[in-house]
Design a protein around this ligand. Structure first.
Ligand code: SAM
Ligand code: SF4
Length: 456
């Protein structure tokens, strides 16, 4: 893939971590809608339960951050937040069939390891007393290595955690300084060795390209270092610049962001180096070793995608979110909690739920969601097979997705996909512009809700 081609397709678009995107969530959805859907979700597929716990606190705020988080508000408020989480867990669990298999618990944020691990233990004890994890359940936490002690890894392993993700962002300390972030407190190799010693089988690292101070050459060093460390998975996020949502990002404009062609060259360097050194590209930004379940799922056309990124449905079922700003991702819709952690605590203390907005899917939305997931995850679409699976006609499927082969012609001419009758197959480079291709099947997009970051 050459940089010119990437540039041609580099325009604003959704990341499709949900369909429809979160910009379509509205406040017509409330606590009662969520309670109804919780009950219904017991009879919907997938049957397996995933739990997402959001910790909206960080010890220091990075200027680039696009996540929902705030500066650590002190132990007293955090303790109240943890009690609210536990109360919400009980409210939701009261409406769920807790005999359904639990396949995943994911702690995200913010920074889950910014709080004392005794709080994490308290919540985990509660969860594990209610739900029944399957033997290979994935129990994961996103960690900031600036605050991760080797002993924390032992403690997390003792609580059942078997997958940790380390937010490295860049190994270059000058870059980290510019974006108000501290480097890992311990050598990352040491942290990973400790995870392996604790029999954790999933080690992921997050990197970002497109930050001030980064150049294609400096980012190449970071990728080489990452390859030497050899995590099971690696994510190279394209820095999403959305200062209209996150005003702190304006600081990065003042410092100076790399030019678009430099950013694309960083992407290209990372892609080439990783795929030449034992990693398989999963979608646009994830990389995994060939034996990893994401690589296997991609080969078997069984990959899925949600707000946490690429996943498989064996591991990720219907997702029940807890905590401020968390999103439950159920078969029938999305339900998001209040963003402010203080207002979340008050709502939970008053009535046990804190749903603020969301989106319930129509049958047409469900069809578009399936088609867009197929494109985003598996890079393949067979209208005949899908029409059968969705119990509809091929013509209807095409109308609902606004399908028009003419719109795909530029991608075909650029060698990014092939159309063969009713089948569309992305070619290797097609995954690099997969968001743009998915947009051609999104007939809701023209309703133009919200602004998006650029696709590359
Ligand atoms: C919740 S954080 C991970 C845990 C921890 N807070 C940390 O930073 O290490 C999730 C990830 O989102 C990515 N991220 C945050 N802001 C971003 C942005 N504006 N554009 C792209 N990726 C971003 C970072 O790579 C980060 O590791
Ligand atoms: S990137 Fe991570 S540590 Fe930095 S502010 Fe965002 S959530 Fe916090």
């Amino acid at each position: 893939m050459n940089v010119k081609l990437l540039q041609k397709y580099n325009k604003p678009g959704p990341r499709y971590t949900s369909y429809p995107p979160a910009t379509f969530f509205h406040d017509g959805i409330n606590v009662e809608s969520y309670q109804d859907m919780l009950v219904q979700s017991n009879h919907q597929q997938p049957e397996n339960i995933s739990l997402y716990i959001h910790i909206p606190f960080c010890r220091q705020l990075c200027y680039f951050c696009g996540c929902n988080t705030t500066c650590y508000p002190g132990d007293e408020l955090v303790s109240r937040y943890i009690d609210a989480l536990i109360k919400e867990i009980h409210s939701v669990s009261g409406l769920l069939d807790t005999d359904r298999p639990l396949t995943q618990i994911h702690w995200g944020g913010g920074t889950p390891n910014s709080i004392d691990l005794s709080f994490v233990e308290k919540v985990m004890k509660e969860l594990l007393s209610i739900y029944k994890p399957v033997a290979k359940a994935e129990i994961a936490m996103e960690c900031n290595p600036a605050y991760l002690e080797p002993e924390h890894i032992d403690q997390l392993a003792a609580m059942g955690f078997n997958r940790l993700s380390l937010g490295i962002q860049d190994f270059n300390e000058e870059v980290l300084k510019l974006v108000n972030r501290r480097p890992s407190k311990y050598p990352v190799e040491e942290l990973i060795a400790r995870m392996k010693a604790n029999k954790m089988d999933g080690v992921n690292i997050d990197l970002i390209y497109g930050l001030p101070g980064q150049t294609p050459a400096s980012f190449q060093n970071t990728i080489e270092k990452a390859i030497a460390i050899s995590p099971d998975r690696l994510v190279t996020f394209s820095y999403a610049h959305v200062p209209w949502v996150k005003s702190a990002q304006m600081k990065l404009e003042e410092i100076g962001l790399p030019a678009p062609e430099e950013k694309l060259a960083m992407f290209e360097t990372a892609y080439n180096l990783l795929t030449q050194n034992g990693y398989e590209a999963i979608g646009m930004d994830h990389y995994a070793k060939p034996g990893d379940e994401l690589s296997v799922a991609l080969k078997n056309k069984k990959l899925h995608r949600n707000f946490q990124g690429y996943c498989t449905q064996e591991t990720t079922g219907q997702v029940y979110g807890f905590g401020a700003t968390s999103i439950s991702q159920l078969q029938g819709g999305y339900y998001q909690n209040i963003k402010s952690h203080k207002k979340y605590i008050e709502a939970i203390e008053q009535n046990g739920f804190a749903t603020e907005k969301g989106y319930e899917l129509t049958r047409e939305d469900e069809i578009r969601r399936t088609v867009i997931n197929q494109i985003m995850c598996n890079g393949f679409l067979d209208f005949d097979a899908l029409a059968k699976e969705l119990d509809t006609g091929v013509a209807q499927l095409k109308t609902i997705t606004g399908y028009n082969p003419e719109k795909l012609k530029p991608f075909a001419d650029d060698g990014l996909l092939q159309i063969d009758g009713n089948c569309i197959q992305l070619l290797q480079n097609g995954f690099l512009v997969v968001r743009n291709i998915a947009m051609e099947f999104d007939s809701l997009l023209s309703q133009g809700k919200g602004q998006y970051s650029k696709t590359v």
